[in-house]
Design a protein around this ligand. Structure first.
Ligand SMILES: Cc1cc2nc3c(=O)[nH]c(=O)nc-3n(C[C@H](O)[C@H](O)[C@H](O)COP(=O)(O)OP(=O)(O)OC[C@H]3O[C@@H](n4cnc5c(N)ncnc54)[C@H](O)[C@@H]3O)c2cc1C
Length: 426
């Protein structure tokens, strides 16, 4: 700690990354393949949510295992609170459309369409929503503070950045997917129980938007689950008329997507994810993505679906203009475990059977899509307090839940717990 400045704080938020204005400036003016842009997407106030698509899923079946950490009635109550507070226009999937799609699509495959009430804020509106959320306590959000260590002292906890030490009676760790390794390190250092999480690896499909319109009619982000031999393939993060983006995390690049509300591209993108049982999911995900980053010179790898199904590398995509410019053409097959590859190929073929111009139109896939979930840190249900009283793990970094809605719900549940626990109201 040496000559570091010491700050006593009970209700401050320290975040790595620049403030909102600077993040917006960097993302608007920097090549998306630059690490600075990729960092600005993930770090700072609003977190990874700031430049996300803003799809809010209100179902306890979506986003990890929310019911492991929130009772059903509390999940529902807090969801209603978020919907009211943000004035969300919630779309409820039509049972009629669901039944029609189930009767028409993917015949012969074992599959399920999960209806989810959803709201879509849009990446173009998210910065204003984040401003609304933090209004009144902006001065308590201390930007540019990457916490490098957390420890316990006689009167609570301390968090160290490179040149400061903050002290607090209670400490909340909510460092997102980008900080999952850090959260786990803290948990292990405190001797907390940490259960392994699975690894989700995927590819991101980009197709002409009119092709997926029937699916989007059901809901903005259709949740489809296919069972292919021993694997389950699921759609993740559909972006109708959206854009594919590149993310930089701890030494590798991966793909993601978003969509605006008022304008859009001519393409729809979504991920096909496969869950893999591996010993160390984080390590596996990092190494898997790094192999692709190393082979592509830190670009995404793009292959035409036609070439993937035909078993050959892609050398040309004709007049197709991928919505993400940071890519090289090639062959994704050598990088994926055979079971995952086989599962994607079965699903892509089934999509082509149900949507006949899918392959022929020149649709492409981007690699790698990877979700580095935190291993699951044991926390108390409904409060997110760990086995060490006063130390909380929220959102993506607790490992049990993923996504914007669940991050919001975990914050609210924790805040409510603290508000009703007399010793914590300071
Ligand atoms: C491009 C993109 C699109 C997405 N689209 C959607 C979507 O449509 N719907 C959806 O539900 N989810 C989406 N997600 C995922 C969603 O953004 C996250 O699940 C959500 O933001 C998690 O919230 P969180 O608060 O747990 O973590 P984050 O939002 O990641 O916030 C983590 C915070 O911790 C800070 N931090 C990290 N490490 C440190 C450290 N060592 N010291 C100090 N501060 C630190 C960061 O600066 C950041 O402010 C998307 C993500 C991306 C990247």
């Amino acid at each position: 700690m040496g000559s570091s400045a010491v700050v006593r704080a009970t209700s401050y938020c320290w975040t790595a990354g620049a403030d909102l204005e600077e993040r917006e400036r960097v993302v608007a003016t920097t090549d998306p393949a630059e690490k600075a842009a990729a960092r600005a997407i993930l770090y700072g106030p609003g977190g990874a949510g700031l430049f996300s698509d803003g799809k809010l899923n209100f179902s306890p079946r979506i986003g990890g295992a929310p019911l492991d950490v929130l009772d059903g009635p509390l999940h529902l109550e807090l969801s209603r609170y978020v919907i009211d507070e943000l004035g969300l226009d919630l779309a409820h999937p039509s049972v009629e459309v669901k039944e029609r799609l189930e009767a028409q699509l993917f015949r012969g495959l074992d599959w399920e369409l999960v209806p989810v009430p959803q709201a879509h804020i849009g990446s173009d509106y998210l910065p204003s929503v984040v401003r609304q959320l933090i209004a009144g306590f902006e001065d308590r959000i201390l930007c540019g503070r990457r916490v490098v260590a957390i420890g316990q002292s006689d009167d609570g906890f301390y968090a160290e950045t490179d040149d400061e030490v903050f002290r607090a009676e209670n400490l909340v760790v909510a460092v997102g997917q980008a900080g999952s390794k850090f959260a786990e390190r803290v948990a292990r250092q405190f001797g907390l129980t940490v259960d392994p999480a699975p690894a989700d690896i995927g590819i991101r499909v980009e197709m002409p938007s009119e092709l997926w319109e029937t699916m989007v009619e059901l809901q903005w982000d259709p949740k489809i689950y296919w069972r292919v031999q021993s694997s389950e393939v699921r759609t993740f993060c559909t972006n109708p008329r959206g854009y594919v983006v590149v993310e930089y995390k701890r030494g590798f690049f991966s793909v993601n997507g978003h969509a605006k509300r008022d304008s859009g591209s001519d393409y729809t993108n979504f991920a096909l994810m496969v869950r893999l049982p591996v010993d160390d999911p984080n390590e596996f995900g990092v190494r898997f993505s790094q192999r692709i980053s190393n082979a592509t010179g830190e670009r995404l790898l793009v292959q035409r679906v036609a070439d993937l199904l035909g078993g050959r590398p892609t050398t040309s995509i004709g007049s197709w203009r991928p919505t993400c410019g940071a890519y090289v053409l090639g062959d994704i097959r050598p990088f994926y475990p055979p079971a995952a590859l086989e599962a994607y190929i079965s699903v892509l073929s089934a999509i082509d059977e149900s949507f006949p111009t899918f392959v022929q139109s020149g649709s492409i896939v981007y690699a790698p899509e990877v979700k580095l979930y935190s291993n699951r840190i044991v926390v108390n249900k409904n409060s997110f307090e760990s086995e060490i009283p006063g130390l909380f793990f929220l959102g993506d970094s607790c490992g049990h839940i993923h996504g914007l809605t669940n991050a919001l719900l975990s914050g609210l549940a924790c805040a409510r717990h603290c508000a009703f626990t007399p010793s914590m109201r300071a």
